[in-house]
Design a protein around this ligand. Structure first.
Ligand code: NAD
Ligand code: AKB
Length: 322
């Protein structure tokens, strides 16, 4: 279902937004995807179409941009992630919740067609079953980021039920990519390891060797996001909280997969405060609701991802970009 005409992406200069802008521009046309973030000007990679400076906490400015472009849908990627959230809980609440409420209220008042805001595996906590974590389960996170994600899911579903707004969201696992670096989360080690493997053949990992988490390669993340965005509304039973899985591995298994291509790669483990966060999250995810309701199916496993990541990062290294 491709019924959207003009989409505003808030927080689009980050790890996922910077790639989703390009993906959606290839599907909807460059002029129909309006990128926005806190900076005055777009980052180079998203400069091929419209860009506006937008702070999610500035409602007036969001309304101005929505009216200027006749926006019918908003994708909200503005967020403070888990590790940065622990350093500044008030900022995390303000951006992730007060900012999100602005979007929901504007969408309700202006009768927008669709809102998509990601949730995260951070919505779960230490009392959630950690293996094959079900769609419906205990949601008692211990990070401020996780608390904002659960609250965001509940708010999204509230607007669906009370106002009939079409709000959608998915619980991404850790996202791994090579274009834009991640913005201060706990799963960032699974990106940094590839860059350091190419640059130094060595990595100091901030979680321990057996730490196992659900992860997803960026092409699958983009596919999941577009598939849910375009899913038939009548087939959706869930709305703001779809579990989506792809692969699950420990830090040690990730290092082994890199060693297949770089045999002299070395890793040492020096867990810091992010270990406790990782230990409170699921190890693997049951995503049958997403599979049944909108046909979710990932493509990449660990080895396919490692091969692709190393080749892309090597190319950047050879060109002197990193
Ligand atoms: P990111 O940190 O890379 O990017 C977030 C962007 O939001 C940044 O460009 C930042 O400048 C912008 N931003 C921050 N405060 C803002 C404000 N007040 N107004 C407007 N923009 C603001 O994050 P990401 O990894 O691209 O995450 C996107 C979404 O996906 C978030 O909701 C995040 O919680 C979720 N998610 C990400 C992952 C992951 O592994 N990357 C996993 C699970 C969920
Ligand atoms: C983080 O580690 O904070 C994010 C996430 C899993 O939500 N990558």
């Amino acid at each position: 279902m491709n019924d959207l005409k003009k989409i505003l992406i808030i927080g689009s200069a980050g790890q996922i937004g910077s790639e989703l802008v390009l993906k959606l521009r290839s599907l909807y046309g460059n002029d129909n995807i309006i990128a926005s973030d806190l900076k005055d000007t777009p980052t180079e990679s998203i400069a091929n179409g419209p860009y506006e400076k937008v702070d999610i906490n500035d409602s007036k400015r969001i309304v101005e941009v929505v009216k200027k472009y006749n926006i019918d849908s908003i994708i909200n990627f503005a967020a403070i992630l888990s590790a940065n959230g622990e350093k500044n809980p008030m900022l995390a609440w303000n951006v992730n919740i007060n900012g999100y409420m602005n979007i929901l209220e504007i969408a309700r008042e202006l009768n927008l067609k669709r809102i998509l805001t990601p949730s995260s595996i951070a919505a779960f906590g230490p009392s959630t079953p950690r293996e094959n974590t079900p769609q419906e389960t205990v949601l008692k996170p211990t990070t401020i980021y996780g608390i904002t994600k659960v609250t965001g899911e509940l708010l999204g579903d509230y607007y669906v039920k009370k106002y009939g707004l079409d709000v959608r969201g998915l619980r991404y696992p850790g996202i791994i990519s090579h274009e834009t670096l991640p913005g201060g989360g706990t799963t960032d080690f699974a990106v940094a390891i590839y860059f350091d493997a190419i640059k130094y053949k060595k990595y100091t990992c901030f979680v321990s060797e057996p730490t196992r988490l659900p992860m997803m390669y960026m092409p699958d993340c983009l596919k999941a996001t577009v598939d849910l965005l375009q899913a038939d509304k009548d087939k959706l039973i869930h709305h703001s909280d779809f579990n989506v899985g792809a692969m699950s591995f420990s830090a040690g298994e990730l290092a082994q997969s890199i060693k297949k291509y770089i045999p002299d790669f070395e890793i040492i483990y020096k867990p810091d405060f992010r270990q406790a966060i990782a230990d409170s999250w699921p190890m693997s995810i049951d995503d049958s609701a997403a599979r049944n309701e909108w046909g979710w199916k990932p493509e990449y496993d660990l080895d396919a991802m490692t091969k692709d990541m190393l080749s892309a990062i090597s190319e950047k290294h050879e060109k002197g970009i990193i």
